[in-house]
Write a protein that binds this ligand. Structure first.
Ligand code: DAH
Length: 371
């Protein structure tokens, strides 16, 4: 830090040299100031009323000057004070103003940073596509919890306690539920069907609803099984709903999904919550339903049968309505159909994917192909 010299030569040339040295020192110290704390030390060093450099100039230079030199020294001291004040003010401005415009200059000709946009996951895309097909037919959309009670996942869907039909759904149960009544015990829902009951509890008939969602089963992962997968459920309840309505609705939906050439067929099946129940098969869109790709090569996609099994459906069992009868679902006056389809499987068929695990690995090389 600068210390003020005593003067013994008061000639104009000597005075000019002393003033120049003082101002140069002020400028050097000013340029070293980088923050508020440093600025305060700098300012006080030069301008403190008590013993700042400018105060010392009064005593050491002005008062000490011989009479003949007083006028000369006085003029220089005034100029020097203004100069130092300006240097201090400039330093303060620099500290409070932040970075200069110059240092913020942007070269707009540089190539920039490309942010990858991302894409809808093929499962989500397929799910939305299915939901939209039904929305166009007047269906609304409902959702329900993934952690479900035994009552909604099984009992109210006509799977009585200990009924062997429960074994078809390898269930993941939440631990520590044993001291609750069975119907209140928690599990990960094995299908979206529980939201059928939840919807009918909230809404009196008529109902037309699709229910997309994630479901869980205690299945070992392989090319066609994943412990987490997705379903879209459907439910239509009204007066005079018949099996023909079910057939027409699903036939239309399959044509929308896989192209207007596909045919559907309904194969007898069993689900506890529908009676009668059916599996829906579509004619194979790869071989045109022939089971053969050409004279010598069979079609592996449909296992050489010409048909692909795609979803379950049926007329809502009167026992299911019995659980919501008090909300307007009297099986003597209303009827309905329900269906449930696997989104993953449909996405695999639509996009020609042979391993369900690819959906869950999060590998961008797979996912970016759907962008
Ligand atoms: N919940 C059945 C399952 O996951 C699928 C299903 C079949 C849903 C028939 C339905 C239905 O609504 O009517 O295996």
């Amino acid at each position: 830090m600068y210390t003020l010299p005593k003067l013994d030569d008061f000639s104009p040339a000597a005075l000019d040299r002393a003033v120049a040295a003082l101002i140069a020192a002020a400028e050097t110290e000013s340029s070293a100031v980088t923050n508020d704390a440093e600025f305060k030390i700098f300012r006080d060093h030069w301008m403190a009323r008590k013993n700042g450099i400018l105060t010392q100039v009064n005593d050491l230079w002005l008062k000490a000057a011989p009479k003949e030199a007083k006028k000369d020294v006085g003029a220089r001291v005034n100029a020097l004070k203004t100069a130092v004040e300006e240097i201090v003010a400039a330093a303060e401005k620099r500290i409070t103003a932040g970075p200069s415009l110059e240092s913020q200059r942007i070269d707009v000709t540089l190539p920039g940073i490309k942010r990858p946009l991302g894409a809808e996951h093929p499962i989500i895309r397929t799910k939305n596509e299915i939901v939209r097909i039904f929305q166009r037919m007047g269906y609304s959309v409902a959702e329900g919890p993934e952690i479900e009670t035994d009552y909604y996942n099984f009992e109210s869907l006509n799977f009585p306690p200990n009924h062997p039909a429960r074994d078809t759904q390898d269930t993941i149960f939440i631990a520590g539920q044993e001291n609750k009544p069975q119907r209140d015990r928690l599990l990960l829902r094995t299908h979206t069907s529980p939201v059928q009951i939840r919807t009918m509890e909230k809404q009196r008939p008529p109902v037309r609803v699709v229910i997309p969602g994630k479901v869980h089963r205690n299945d070992a992962a392989d090319a066609s099984h994943s412990p987490i997968f997705h379903q879209v459920e459907g439910l239509a309840v009204d007066t005079n709903i018949t099996f023909s309505d079910l057939k027409g609705t699903l036939d239309h939906a399959m044509k929308e999904l896989f192209g207007s050439d596909v045919k559907t067929r309904f194969y007898p099946s069993f689900f506890p919550f529908t009676e009668p129940s059916a599996d829906v098969q579509i004619s194979c869109f790869k071989c045109g339903g022939t089971g053969k790709l050409n004279a010598t090569e069979g079609c592996r996609l449909c296992k050489y049968s010409g048909w692909i099994e795609l979803l379950g459906c049926g007329m809502v069992d009167p026992n299911v309505f019995g659980f919501v009868e008090s909300n307007g679902y009297d099986p003597k006056t209303i009827s309905g159909f329900a269906f449930g389809m696997g989104v993953d499987r449909i996405a695999m068929l639509k996009y020609g994917i042979d391993d369900i695990q690819l959906f869950y690995h999060g590998d961008v090389r797979f996912l970016e192909q759907f962008a």
